[in-house]
Design a binder for this molecule. Structure first.
Ligand code: HEC
Length: 136
């Protein structure tokens, strides 16, 4: 029984790790190039238009540390506010890849938080408490 549990824990860990690796690879191969091509002209560390520096995001880990910024990125790209109308636009396929990746990554960040929130909530608590911000 105990051995079985260890087996389950190990495979869950491996599953989590490989999911992270897939998402990381996708970011490097597909998402980051889109960011560079369509966003960094204005949202580089030096330009920082709209007070938004997207150049700082060079890995999945960095993205996960700032879900608030990426929620805004998701909203702006989904509503076609960004990139601005007079700038080069992503193809339909690129847009889909970008939005799906950001959405999946935000969901992944939100899941453990929701679990924490539920546990910290009293039994008869009806109103959801505000999400707990990550320590970083
Ligand atoms: C030609 C310059 C330019 C490009 C290219 C551009 N942006 Fe912007 N962006 C701006 C400016 C200027 C603002 C601030 C004013 C505004 O909201 O229109 C802004 C605002 C934003 C905001 C809102 C910031 C906030 O506080 O919520 C987000 C999110 C954003 N951009 C994401 C992106 C993403 C993602 C891309 C690439 C897909 C992109 N932008 C491409 C110029 C640009």
């Amino acid at each position: 029984m105990f051995i079985r549990l260890i087996g389950v824990a190990v495979s869950l860990f491996l599953l989590g790790t490989s999911a992270h690796l897939v998402a990381e690879e996708e970011f490097r191969a597909a998402v980051h190039p889109l960011l560079r091509r369509f966003c960094l002209e204005c949202h580089s560390t030096s330009e920082k238009q709209g007070e938004l520096d997207l150049e700082q995001f060079d890995s999945l880990t960095r993205v996960k540390q700032h879900p608030g910024i990426w929620q805004r990125v998701l909203d702006q790209v989904r509503s076609r506010e960004m990139p601005p109308k007079d700038r080069p636009q992503m193809s339909a396929q690129q847009r889909r890849t970008f939005l799906q990746w950001v959405e999946a990554t935000l969901n992944e960040v939100a899941l453990p938080k929701r679990a924490t929130r539920d546990r910290s909530c009293c039994a008869d608590c009806q109103t959801p408490t505000t999400p707990i911000r990550s320590a970083t």
